[in-house]
Design a protein around this ligand. Sequence first.
Ligand code: MN
Length: 286
Amino acid sequence: MYILITNDDGIDAPGLLALKNAMQPLGKTIVIAPDRNWSAAGHTKTLHKPLRVDSTQLRDGSPAFSTDGAPTDCVALVMLGLIPEKPRLVVSGFNPAGNLAHDLTYSGTVAAAMEGAINHIPAIAFSLDAGNRAEIDFSSAVQVATHIARQILSAPLPPDTFLNVNIPNVPLDQMRGIRITRLGTRIYRDALVERADPAGRKYYWIGGDPPSGVLEEGTDIGAVAQNFVSITPVHLDMTSHALIDSLKTWEAQLDLSAPIIAAHPHQSQRSDYAGASTSRLKPTGG
Ligand code: MN
């Protein structure tokens, strides 16, 4: 049995090697990571192109696999038989920036852990709240990750759950402990940056400032802001259970005995010249 290690920042990311160092004391490890940066790729599953897997080495010379697939693919490849034996734990990280609150919906780091949970393997996403800085000291994060991974191995989680761990970017002696948290509220400060290419055509970047968040007691954002390690137990069930009862009224409101959309006069006309090349160029709806 081994611990599967992956990330969304790519095989050469320093955080990946740091996470491997954190798992090393707990037993055998296998590293498989994307060959490039997939940050903010979410729960991407590659279905329409082949996946290549290459043997490579991490910076310390230890063996690893790299793929041209997404973080999710790394876990899926293993679970689907790339390695005959299933892992006892899937860990993803260290992401060099926090994955807090709504970030979970974008994060490739978290998606890899999610893929572990979908495959009934205990899983943890590890992020260091270091704002993607260039030179990051992962040494305290390594200590924390070893501790948390040891915990989950001795006390497995219920099905369909995994842990999202965010570690404050401070030395170990400045950390204040662990807080079990709920997801907070991110404040995105994205801004659209419009440029022109050499031919004068517009293109866009999603730019702006890094996200901030609502400092709220009990949340992941609140905990990390106060130098606590945040552990959020995450469930794969994204249902808004609170809304089910109030939306039940919709069930009786659908009358299938009559057309829902009245026939539009233009619709019948359009069928006369459907297929003509000009009709395809016209905007729909008129
Ligand atoms: Mn990343």
